[in-house]
Design a protein around this ligand. Sequence first.
Ligand code: AP5
Length: 218
Amino acid sequence: MRIVLLGPPGAGKGTQAALIAAQKHAAHVASGDLFRKHLGEGTELGKLAKTFMDRGELVPDDVTISMVLDRIGEADAADGYVLDGFPRTMDQAKALDEALAVKGQAIDLTPLVEVDTEELMRRLVGRWICRSCQTPYHEISAPPKVTGVCDVCGGELYQRDDDKPEVVRARFETYERQTAPLIEYYEGQGKLVRVNGQRDVEEVTASLLQAVSERSAA
Ligand code: AP5
């Protein structure tokens, strides 16, 4: 299955995409993680991306599209993937559809994880992330067993520069302006499923897995 997980910043896309991908033996492809990996490696792409990320703006489509299309062409994504954070503009969505159509493929399902703005802000300002494996934690709702250390790989936890409240507000605006129109786009393709993201992680995962099963059976 090829899944696009939609939702505003902090909705839990990264958390859920990792769980769904593991359950379905699919690749988890997160555009934000790819940019942060480049940043950590000090590449030119990483430096360019940071200038946009720090302002809560989107990285330009041309570099983003080629980065993600290259990634989903890798062997571990051959049998399916969960896209997290991509596409985020109409041009990205159309480029993805066109690239897949060339291979006789298409996106199967686009769940939209819905959470209200107050809760999104609470989640983002309390988030900590593993520098090595990108697993997200929350200082109140999902703390690591040992403060500052990743449960999964033992890596160091850090807070993202773009999780400062003023940058989060800019990210919400960017989402409404550039990404929310994708909801109608995928609704028009009959692929959108709305999921209440304002519940326990396990409940959200169960709803997402149910949507995947229903689509597989259809
Ligand atoms: P990106 O990294 O994609 O950020 P985002 O979309 O803003 O999403 P987040 O990672 O902030 O949140 P999430 O929905 O994954 O939530 P999470 O699971 O972590 O993008 C960053 C930047 O990169 C962009 O601003 C842009 O500049 C650039 N970029 C990326 N993709 C791009 C693209 N396609 N085009 C152009 N530019 C691009 O959860 C958040 C917190 O909540 C965590 O602490 C978690 O533990 C907690 N939590 C999760 N679920 C629950 C729950 N059910 N209950 C309580 N707490 C929960």
